[in-house]
Design a protein around this ligand. Sequence first.
Ligand SMILES: Nc1ncnc2c1ncn2[C@@H]1O[C@H](COP(=O)(O)OP(=O)(O)O)[C@@H](O)[C@H]1O
Ligand SMILES: [Mg+2]
Length: 161
Amino acid sequence: MDANGEGTDVVRLRVLVASPATGKTTWCGRQNTLLGVVLSTDRTRAEIGAGEHDQGVSARVFDLVASRAAEHLAAGRDVTIDATGARRRDRARWLVLAAAHGAVPVAIRLRCPLWTALRRNRGRERRVPTLVLVRMWCAVRTLTPDRLHREGFAEVRDLRT
Ligand SMILES: Nc1ncnc2c1ncn2[C@@H]1O[C@H](COP(=O)(O)OP(=O)(O)O)[C@@H](O)[C@H]1O
Ligand SMILES: [Mg+2]
């Protein structure tokens, strides 16, 4: 077992499930090497689009992150997807990818109070629209560990930031 209480004998695809400004990227950065390769959709937006908030390149961003994740999983490396994971079709894509590589799909649900997320969002240079944040926060609240298990995640961690 490693520091997260996870077995170390298998490859894991970890998928964050958290609303914007919950602290996903900060949390990932604090885990050192425990998460394997962290692939951020926002960082990829900046790479191929106009910046971390460029929603216009989303389809290409998800394709690129998925193909990079596939390469790492095939090489036996754990991968963590730093994205909101709030949409079912996105989570389904990661579940299919994990299955294709025999990786254990892990959901990491990160939450904080709505007012905390709104405050953290206000402190940013580029803010996520409040309505978008509130909608995603509500979506994540309904995504209980039980639901995520039933969706197909073999392990679910439910954490506060
Ligand atoms: N645990 C925490 N305590 C206090 N502030 C935090 C914490 N996690 C993140 N933040 C702050 O909240 C803001 C959003 O964090 P970030 O990691 O970028 O969120 P996300 O990746 O979920 O959008 C940043 O300003 C960050 O410094
Ligand atoms: Mg982030």
